[in-house]
Design a protein around this ligand. Structure first.
Ligand SMILES: Nc1nc2c(ncn2[C@@H]2O[C@H](COP(=O)(O)OP(=O)(O)OP(=O)(O)O)[C@@H](O)[C@H]2O)c(=O)[nH]1
Ligand SMILES: [Mg+2]
Length: 588
């Protein structure tokens, strides 16, 4: 809980210190605080109880200047934090109780007031150490009054009794009791102590001289601690308080986190809106691109169609005679001259007549529309998003708004690089669709008419030969007639070859244009997709400060809930352990 609580937005600050206090209480269920005037022997008494001369420094002048807590630890260790020192020491006594050594009372109520008060509140018992030789001075009476107000059990330790004779001790004790009764209207236990004897009771080999120990009075403190501890019901009660505090804080933390969750749900709807808007835009941008791609495809198809028509018309049967003439000219090498003189080829002229390349020529204009169309929409959308995000950020609660990193603003420039990059390659494809094929066709047409002319010449020669070899006679007139019909059929077949060849070339042309179209469209589509993605990225980057915040908050929220849930489990476990405490016994 100490880990997660400080991170919870809107949780009252003192909640953390409450849990810290509770933890301290749970760790130190029994606390005995030593107070008293300077040099009364507080530190010496604690040293004697622990059986070591110098765990705490002692001396005839004011020595202790910081509140020091003594807790059990596997080895001697001194830890300083804030205005509190903690000494860990491996004494069995510290496993049962923690001690607090304080500076002389004269100073703790002045300079260490807050800490002193805290410890006095927490303590189970306050031991007021007085010098046997200066018992019940006015200031001691005043201290007793103050301690009375705290409502704690106060026991008076009359220290340095080794300096008094038994008779003197009896007198002093009696005096203290009278004074307490008369001046404070109360009764206090008064225990005679000698830290000096307590220390002397420890023999060199570590054993304890029992007689001397009892003379030191320190055994009374030991017995007192055991008595307190034997009371399991009381211990349970003591532990229930910090547990209860932890539970209270836990439930208010949960309330706060749930409240934050509701706020977060609201922010998440912002993120949802943005997401939705982004995917809608993306679809629309893609549609724009598709429209243009369709247009491009239509242009290619148109070009393929027109080109096909042009080719077909070159090989038309009706033009066969013309072709034949042309073929004959070609055959005798005259057409070259004519063509060179005329400037354009038949094919080129045919394509020009039908404006077969016009659709290809306008392709750049069609493609040029993609950029402005996407950019226009991108810029407009980003402006809208900036307005939206700024409004939403403005509406966030202060504590959340301060966590927005960076500012929402439209990008300074817009980059059409994605679209520009493949343009040269695309132009090259368009160029191919217009130039190369024309020459090839030219050759094909020429070859075809050449073949045709050759075929006709061959048939003529064949006819002449046949007639010459087998001239018509009255007996067999049928033969030349059959031959003429046969030759005519061959001529017709030759003529049919022409449109057939035209159809083949047309198909090849259409196929080729289709292939170029596919490449062109692929390049365009890829570039446009990239450009659309770029626009989307711009949008996301623009609103990133807001969306990042929402993401981060969501993650934090989820973590906090998980940690609180784990803490809940722990609390329940401790609760049941605590309920079982009386039954199993305290220490094993
Ligand atoms: N004769 C005798 N002297 C003692 C006894 N206990 C402590 N002293 C001496 O009294 C002096 C003060 O003892 P401390 O333990 O430092 O007293 P304190 O109350 O911790 O003093 P501050 O920390 O300065 O407030 C030291 O010189 C101790 O040796 C005792 O039981 N008998
Ligand atoms: Mg001291």
């Amino acid at each position: 809980m100490l880990e997660v609580l400080p991170k919870i937005d809107g949780l009252a600050e003192d909640r953390v210190s409450q849990v810290r206090d509770a933890l301290f209480h749970a760790d130190n269920p029994y606390l005995i605080v030593f107070v008293g005037p300077f040099s009364s022997g507080k530190s010496s008494l604690i040293n004697a109880l622990l059986g070591e001369y110098d765990v705490l420094p002692t001396g005839i002048t004011p020595t202790t200047d910081r509140i020091t807590m003594l807790r059990w630890g596997e080895q001697l260790q001194r830890v300083r934090s804030g205005d509190l020192d903690t000494i860990f020491y491996p004494s069995p006594l510290l496993q049962k109780v923690s001690f607090v050594d304080t500076p002389g009372l004269e100073s703790i109520f002045q300079t260490h007031e807050d800490t002193t008060r805290k410890f006095l509140h927490r303590s189970d018992t306050v031991l007021l150490v007085m010098l046997a030789t200066q018992a019940m001075t006015q200031s001691n009476v005043d201290y007793l009054k103050i301690l009375q107000e705290y409502g704690k059990t106060v026991i008076v330790l009359l220290n340095q009794v080794d300096l008094l004779s038994p008779e003197e001790l009896a007198t002093v004790k009696q005096y203290i009791e009278e004074q307490a009764r008369d001046r404070l209207g109360d009764r206090f236990q008064v225990w005679a102590m000698s830290a000096k004897r307590g220390m002397a009771a420890r023999t060199a080999d570590g054993a304890l001289d029992k007689g001397l120990w009892e003379q030191s009075g320190l055994h009374l403190i030991e017995a007192y601690v055991d008595e307190q501890l034997g009371d399991v019901a009381r211990l349970r009660q003591k532990l229930q308080t910090p547990l209860q505090i932890a539970q209270n804080v836990h439930s208010s933390a949960l309330t706060v986190v749930n409240g934050n969750q509701r706020a977060l749900d609201q922010y998440q709807s912002i993120a949802g809106n943005i997401d939705e808007q982004l995917s809608t835009t993306k679809r629309e941008q893609e549609r724009s691109v598709r429209d243009i791609v369709n247009e491009v495809e239509a242009k290619f198809s148109e070009a393929a169609h027109l080109g096909g028509e042009s080719i077909q018309s070159l090989f038309q049967l009706s033009g066969a005679l013309r072709s034949l003439y042309r073929g004959l000219m070609e055959l005798f090498g005259l057409s070259g001259l004519a063509r060179r003189a005329g400037g354009t080829s038949y094919t080129r002229a045919e394509f020009d007549r039908r404006k077969a390349f016009d659709p290809i020529r306008v392709l750049p204009n069609v493609v040029d529309k993609v950029g402005p169309r996407l950019e226009g929409r991108d810029i407009q959308d980003i402006d809208d998003l900036v307005k939206y995000a700024k409004r939403e950020i403005g509406a966030l609660p202060d504590n959340i708004r301060t966590k927005v990193i960076g500012s929402v603003q439209a990008p300074l420039s817009y980059d059409r690089a994605a679209l520009k990059k493949p343009r040269a390659a695309m132009d090259e494809i368009a160029e191919q669709a217009m130039i190369l094929e024309t020459d090839k066709l030219e050759r094909a047409v020429r070859n075809a008419v050449l073949y045709l002319a050759g075929w006709v010449v061959f048939l003529l020669i064949l006819g002449v030969f046949v007639l010459a070899w087998n001239p018509s006679t009255p007996d067999a007139p049928a033969l030349p007639f059959v031959i003429v019909v046969f030759l005519l059929i061959l001529a017709v077949i030759g003529m049919l070859f022409l449109p057939l060849r035209g159809r083949m070339l047309r198909n090849a042309y259409v196929q080729r244009v289709d292939g170029l179209k596919a490449r062109y469209v692929e390049a365009l589509q890829k570039a446009a997709d990239e450009q659309v993605e770029y626009g989307m990225r711009l949008r996301r980057e623009t609103v990133a400060p807001l969306t990042r915040l929402i993401d981060a908050q969501t993650r934090i929220q989820t973590d906090q809930l998980a940690q609180l849930q784990a803490a809940q489990q722990d609390i329940m476990k401790i609760e049941s352990d605590l309920a079982a405490l009386g039954k199993t016994g305290l220490r094993g």
